[in-house]
Design a protein around this ligand. Structure first.
Ligand SMILES: Nc1ncnc2c1ncn2[C@@H]1O[C@H](COP(=O)(O)OP(=O)(O)O)[C@@H](O)[C@H]1O
Ligand SMILES: [Mg+2]
Length: 254
């Protein structure tokens, strides 16, 4: 999710980090505090599982303190909107796809007994999806290389294509309102193929379009619910944007 924060945590106990929309994140030295949810114990177990499987550049869970979780600080740049140029290079697109593949592969074997997720599970539950895998949740080094990912709050079991299609909508990007520093839709199909190749997926451009449309409608519904829950009207605006993008992609599909 992108956008602004509404204060949930007192800012005087650390530095409030920009970029969050669902959460207010406070940095305290090498760690961050985020608001915890029912799903947090499962997400922590999942982050430990990924680390054990050899994934680097992701937050390590450091505990739950009352209604907050403590995670290690990922020491790299997480971009905010408007996204910087380096996010839209072919190299960055490929690096993100490879990281997504590593995350998905590393999730294989994660035990689902007793798991509580914020986002519903989807069929086929091939892997644990990140469910918000986008430049705004990726960590970049000073040279613009992707070194990690954050914000696993929406993770849940699902198909690989669920994350791939959403990543394509944000990073290719697939939208009728391309940011001025991003490749436009004339280059979209080539970039989607590049992404799928880098991931090692056999999905097609048509598969990505089909799932992206569903994914954007799903996101719009979730953003509308969250707008009410968090009293944040910007999330309702986001929902309108997702629906407009879905309608545009449907014109390409049809
Ligand atoms: N573990 C972390 N390491 C480094 N920065 C973080 C971490 N968690 C959050 N942040 C920072 O806080 C911002 C918002 O956090 P995020 O977890 O993405 O919240 P939201 O769910 O609101 O999107 C991010 O853009 C990033 O700058
Ligand atoms: Mg985020």
């Amino acid at each position: 999710m992108d956008g602004d924060v509404s204060a949930v945590l007192p800012a005087d106990e650390g530095t409030v980090l920009a970029g969050g929309n669902m959460n207010t994140v406070v940095r305290q030295g090498d760690s961050v505090l985020r608001v915890a949810g029912r799903w947090t114990p499962t997400v922590h177990r999942y982050l430990d599982y990924l680390a054990r499987a050899g994934v680097h550049g992701i937050p390590r869970p450091l505990g739950i303190e009352g209604d907050r979780e403590r995670l290690s600080f990922v020491d790299a740049d997480v971009p905010v909107y408007p996204l910087p140029d380096h996010v839209f290079t072919d190299d960055a697109l490929v690096e993100g796809a490879r990281l997504l593949r590593r995350l998905h592969d590393a999730s294989i074997g994660f035990g689902l007994d007793g798991a509580v997720w914020q986002a519903p599970a989807k069929v086929p539950s091939e892997v644990i999806c990140h469910n918000d895998f986008s430049p705004h949740n990726l960590a970049y080094d000073a040279a613009g290389h992707i070194v990690g990912a954050i914000d696993f709050d929406f993770a849940s079991p699902g198909p690989r294509l669920w994350d791939l299609a959403y990543y394509a909508t944000r990073a290719v990007p697939l939208t009728d309102r391309t940011p001025p520093n991003a490749p436009d839709m004339a280059d979209a199909e080539r970039r989607v193929r590049l992404l799928l190749d880098a991931y090692g997926s056999e999905a097609t451009w048509a598969d990505v379009l089909r799932v992206a449309i569903i994914r954007l409608h799903d996101l719009a519904e979730m953003s509308r619910d969250k707008a009410v829950e968090l009293g944040n009207p910007r999330l309702a605006d986001d929902a309108d944007g997702y629906e407009r993008e879905a309608a545009y992609l449907a014109t390409l599909r049809d």
